[in-house]
Design a protein. Structure first.
Length: 138
């Protein structure tokens, strides 16, 4: 199973990529710049979430999508473009990780349970794994 991770060179995304690689994941990372730092052991493709052609190319041969968006004014548009293409290509699994309108989800119980921002992402992507993800930051 190949997993495309957008934002895979960022703070959260790079940790998601590391964890997926530890679990034997076949990972492809979408980067905006061809000179961007590339994580070891992953396939890299250049594209932009606002460019449907580059996203479709990045999704070619992918089974799962981990969609990590930057906090930008067009974040929702970026997410919808990628999700629409993933849906059309009938990907098996999509995880959307975002802080868009996070202020509307003020639930202290969730905050206490989820101490690491990437834990739910990795759990969703790796449902077939019997182990429980443990964040080293705890």
């Amino acid at each position: 199973m190949k997993i495309l991770v957008t934002g895979g060179t960022g703070h959260v995304g790079s940790e998601v990529v590391k964890e997926l690689k530890k679990r034997g994941g076949d990972v492809r990372v979408l980067v905006r710049e061809k000179d961007a730092p590339k994580p070891d052991g992953v396939e890299v493709t250049v594209g932009d979430l606002l460019d449907p052609v580059s996203i479709q190319k990045a999704l070619d041969g992918v089974d799962k999508l981990c969609l990590l968006n930057a906090v930008t004014p067009d974040e929702l548009t970026q997410g919808l473009i990628a999700y629409d293409l993933a849906k059309k290509l009938e990907l098996k699994h999509v995880v959307y990780h975002s802080v868009f309108r996070v202020e509307h989800f003020n639930n202290p119980q969730v905050s206490q349970q989820c101490l690491c921002p990437m834990e739910p992402v990795v759990r969703q992507l790796d449902r077939s794994c019997g182990s429980i993800f443990r964040c080293s930051r705890r």
